[in-house]
Ligand binder design. Structure first.
Ligand SMILES: Cc1cc2nc3c(=O)[nH]c(=O)nc-3n(C[C@H](O)[C@H](O)[C@H](O)COP(=O)(O)O)c2cc1C
Length: 400
């Protein structure tokens, strides 16, 4: 594999290697892409206060998240990598294991939780609230039996799929008619096609972790349809899920301090401050802007993670200095995967690790846990909230 230097370069290569519709599915975003853009740009508003002299000759990047020892505070955020590369999430899991870190595995992933745990025992299974409690219980029990080390429940999804730049055409399944339709896209991406030819099959576009035991894996769209017709989870449902699981539990998709407190109240061990990578309610501020408010509210009760917009080691540094215990990455590794499969993911993790290490050196910090807000220059109004005219607590229907 030809090594690349930055995540931006991985993205350029992924764009060249992947068929247009696959690239478009990873780019994702919604509406105008305000949140998609702000997730990345917000980091640029934060500056550093480097220190010289007495810098630590060696830095310790290791930490723990949800009881797992990881070699540096960057985890793989759950995404379904259907059709990006034949190895799918197994390739991602292996790269994460080589880098000494954990992977969040989406229930909408293309590979089974058993295969992924075999590649990386530090697998956190992620589910949405899809189907009734019995079905959800069977899904998470299957993940437990496979050996998943934690459960992530993702709450921020509003089913918006409009994009001003146009949404990719994603087929239901890869049959002959679909192949004929997508042939022109594939023909101009020979290296991508070769990867699949070598693997001996085409993208299956199924989601095995959404199947009941003994059931054929549903297609992505079948499972998505079930989700659309599932009544949204109440906090009482989530408390039930938390108790059922019993082990380490993360709520992903929190931006507001009051929601973070609710997650802590139901017994979550961690929250991820996240807006689903800008794929959700467009106009939500960049995730890093919401981090300080959540850290203030629950930082002493739960582990606070952040995902959204991480493209460089210095982004990780900024999130940690603002109080995150670790970050999760989405597109950064998807671009690595698209550019070069599993080794591309490892390349991305290496980029983030060295960037973080250099940043610690520059700030004169020997351990990631020593980073402080005072290491940064954060402009006034950065968090953009809570606004004086907006009540923090929205009245809501009782959930139980
Ligand atoms: C193509 C794609 C698929 C995703 N699928 C999931 C998913 O299945 N479950 C989930 O919790 N988050 C999902 N996400 C959100 C990511 O876990 C993460 O929150 C987001 O990508 C972080 O932003 P970043 O891409 O800027 O790093 C997805 C994101 C992308 C781009």
């Amino acid at each position: 594999m030809a090594w690349f230097e930055t995540v931006a370069e991985a993205q350029r290569r992924a764009r060249k290697r992947l068929p247009r519709s696959v690239y478009g599915a990873l780019l994702a975003g919604t509406e105008q892409g305000l949140t998609l853009t702000d997730n990345v740009r917000a980091f640029d508003e934060i500056g550093f206060r480097p220190q010289v002299g007495d810098q630590p000759a060696e830095r310790d990047l290791a930490t723990t998240v949800l009881g797992q020892d990881i070699s540096f505070p960057v985890l793989i955020s759950p995404t379904g990598v259907q059709a990006v590369h034949p190895e799918g999430e197994v390739g991602v899991a292996r790269a994460a294991a080589e880098a000494g870190t954990a992977i969040g595995l989406s229930a909408f992933a293309s590979r089974s939780v058993d295969d992924v745990v075999a590649a990386n025992p530090q697998t956190f299974f992620q589910t949405y609230w899809v189907g009734d409690r019995d079905r959800i219980a069977r899904r998470v029990e299957r993940a437990r039996e496979a050996g998943a080390a934690a459960l992530i429940v993702t709450l921020d999804w509003v089913f918006d799929s409009r994009r001003d730049w146009g949404s990719p055409d994603i087929p239901e399944r890869m049959d002959l008619a679909t192949m004929a339709k997508f042939a022109p896209e594939g023909a101009v991406r020979p290296r991508y096609l070769l990867d699949w030819l070598r693997a001996g099959h085409l993208p299956r576009l199924t989601v095995p972790n959404m199947a009941d035991p003994g059931e054929e894996p549903p297609t992505f769209f079948q499972a998505y349809g079930e989700w659309m017709y599932t009544p949204p989870a109440t906090w009482a449902d989530l408390e039930w899920l938390r108790e059922l699981w019993g082990g380490p539990f993360m709520v992903k998709g929190v931006t507001r301090p009051d929601d973070a407190r609710r997650a802590a109240d139901i017994g979550a061990d961690a929250v991820s401050v996240s807006n689903h990578g800008g794929n959700n309610l467009d106009g939500t501020p960049g995730a890093i802007r919401s981090l300080p408010g959540v850290v203030d509210a629950v930082g002493d009760r739960v582990e606070v993670l952040l995902d959204g917009g991480i493209r460089r080691g210095t982004d990780v540094l900024k999130a940690l200095a603002l109080g995150a215990r670790a970050v999760m990455i989405g597109r950064a590794y998807l671009w690595g995967m698209g550019a070069a499969g599993g080794p591309g993911v490892k390349n991305v993790l290496d980029i983030l690790r060295s960037g973080l290490d250099e940043g610690l050196f520059g700030l004169g910090r020997s351990r990631v846990g020593d980073l402080r807000p005072g290491d940064l220059i954060v402009p006034d109004g950065f968090s953009r909230g809570p606004q004086p005219w907006a009540a923090e607590e929205t009245p809501r229907p009782k959930s139980d």
